[in-house]
Design a protein around this ligand. Structure first.
Ligand SMILES: *Cc1c(COP(=O)(O)O)cnc(C)c1O
Length: 407
């Protein structure tokens, strides 16, 4: 039984000398067992508001003498369990959940950038993040310099006296560039610039961005963190001092995660260790197999020695996850024939779930770009992005073999 005054029912933290591994933290961290009715799992607090016994209780809360929940846009106990778990996984002091990965990014930019600031972003990134910076932040007179990923010389040249933030994904989408984060974050810190990393493609189990120098790390929780292609969510992790303004901003801007989706995320996170082992193994097996196939022109996967960032990736990451990008040896129509012939992966945007998904970036994210713009972003006409799920690698490869035969 839980003894009164015992901090929580959190497992895996009893022996102060032993730090639990990622899979153990994914299962147990953040879960507190002092709930009503002794339920093992954290309940869904499906409530919009929280009641006060009397005005004195409200007053004690308002004066900061009695921290508790007040209203569902500011906090929720189910969120807190998820936020604590993500803190433990990222090695962060604070975490805050959002309605989507985009909401995590936009709220963070808005909370940390002021009129007249300058930011640096990398050009291989989630299309909507770039769109937010170029179309929306620019209206607030926040200027952006776009640099190639993994180019620390370009980063050094881009930093100015009024630079506030350096934003990058690692690995990037869709070419899976891995940033030399210790070096990039050091350059940024020397100039008083914050480094914000979108670590969606890595997950905290494959790469610890904060330990490698990032000031803040965000994820689209829609992808590996929830892992089942069944919710949209986002999270930002970092030191309390840098997360507090973002939590304040989400309370104003309102892009909060529904408690039910938070609970699904909590449930998904418990199998993160198992799922990532399989995504890592499937990604590597499929990438190696594709690279040896005559109908594949080029494969981008950070775990292959042929990837330009292989050395950085193997130094910083413990696995390379399930996304493999590759060019079919042929034209646009050949890649379409390949994609349509796949029977196991679904044709769909997104990644990081148990089901394999396949897409052609030209048709999915870049369909309305002119050929010049596509060339500028390097999006090839026969480029395919495959997100390997947790199926058996042999079945995935058998399906890819028959789909390539259709090319
Ligand atoms: C999907 C994705 C996003 C956006 O996240 P949503 O949850 O769809 O809003 C941002 N960054 C990366 C790298 C992504 O893959």
């Amino acid at each position: 039984m839980q003894k009164p005054g015992e901090k929580s029912g959190e497992k895996g933290a009893r022996d102060a000398g032993h730090a639990p591994g990622g899979s153990t933290r994914a299962v147990h961290a953040g879960e507190r067992k002092h709930h009503q009715d002794h339920a093992l799992t954290t309940p869904i607090h499906q409530t919009s508001t929280f009641w006060f016994r009397d005005s004195a209780e409200l007053r004690a809360y308002a004066e900061g003498r009695h921290p508790r929940d007040e209203y569902g846009r500011y906090s929720n106990p189910t969120w807190r369990a998820v936020e604590r778990k993500l803190c433990e996984l990222e090695g962060a002091e604070e975490a805050v959940l959002f309605a989507s990965g985009m909401c995590a990014a936009t709220t963070t930019f808005l909370a940390h950038c002021q009129r007249g600031d300058h930011i640096v972003i990398t050009n291989d990134c989630y299309r909507r993040t770039r769109q937010f910076v170029q179309q929306f932040l620019s209206r607030l007179q926040v200027e952006a310099t776009v640099i190639p990923p993994a180019d620390t010389i370009a980063l050094k040249d881009a930093l100015r006296d009024n630079t506030r933030l350096f934003f990058t994904e690692s690995p990037t989408n869709p070419y899976l560039h891995v940033i030399d984060l210790p070096e990039a974050a050091h350059l940024a810190r020397e100039r008083g610039v914050l480094t914000l990393v979108d670590s969606t493609f890595a997950t905290p189990l494959n790469h610890r961005a904060l330990a490698d120098g990032a000031d803040l790390v965000l994820h689209s929780a829609t992808k590996y963190l929830s892992g089942h292609n069944d919710l949209i969510g986002g999270v930002l992790c970092g030191p309390a001092e840098l997360v507090a303004p973002v939590r304040n901003a989400v309370g104003v801007l309102g892009g909060i995660l529904d408690p039910h989706a938070a609970w699904l995320l909590l449930r998904g996170l418990k199998t993160l260790g198992l799922r990532m082992e399989r995504h890592n193994a499937n990604g590597l097996a499929v990438a190696r197999w594709l690279e040896a196939h005559p109908k594949v022109r080029q494969v981008w996967y950070p775990g292959l020695p042929s990837h330009p960032d292989y050395r950085v990736a193997t130094r910083l990451m413990s696995g390379f996850a399930g996304v493999v990008s590759f060019e079919i040896a042929g034209d646009f129509d050949a890649a379409v024939r390949f994609t349509d012939a796949c029977t196991l992966p679904y044709i769909a945007p997104s990644l990081g779930g148990v089901e394999s998904l396949v897409e052609m970036p030209l048709l999915m994210s870049y369909w309305d770009y002119s050929p010049e713009e596509r060339r500028a972003y390097g999006i090839g006409e026969s480029l395919v992005r495959l997100s390997c799920g947790i199926e058996d690698a042999a079945d995935l490869i058998a399906d890819l073999r028959q789909a390539l035969a259709a090319v």
